[in-house]
Design a protein around this ligand. Structure first.
Ligand SMILES: [Zn+2]
Length: 133
């Protein structure tokens, strides 16, 4: 595998890669914050994943990674069955004028949850790999 090895940090609340932190020597945790949703916390709270790529800067790659998935979730072939499933189980309002808005929030939530799950699984896989070798 060729490319640049990097470590990606995501906001634990909104999963934006627009997080900043300062690494302080001899301190167990550093303050971190997200410029997208104004979350504040510690560096240890950030969702972190290692990755390899051969395109652009790290920020660029991460923004594309998240945007790619959100676009995927918005496609009718994916969003429509999810809408039908939510509707079947009574998660969507009866008022058609409200349905789209509520559905958009669910789709965004599903995308966030899925991105978190993917990143956490990636982290677990990395740990397994390091522990085995
Ligand atoms: Zn955030």
């Amino acid at each position: 595998m060729k490319g640049t090895a990097g470590k990606a940090y995501f906001c634990p609340r909104c999963h934006s890669p627009a997080v900043s932190f300062t690494q302080l020597e001899g301190v167990s945790d550093s303050p971190a914050s997200c410029s997208a949703c104004h979350w504040r916390g510690g560096k240890k709270d950030l969702v972190v994943t290692a990755y390899q790529h051969d395109m652009g800067s790290e920020d660029e790659v991460l923004t594309r990674f998240v945007r790619d998935f959100r676009n995927l979730m918005g496609q009718p072939a994916i969003a429509l069955p999810i809408a039908q499933w939510l509707n079947k189980w009574g998660f969507l309002p009866n008022d058609p004028s409200q349905q789209h808005k509520v559905l958009a929030r669910y789709i965004t939530a599903v995308a966030k949850g899925a991105i978190t799950a993917v990143l956490q699984t990636r982290e677990e896989l990395e740990k397994d790999r390091v522990n085995v070798s």
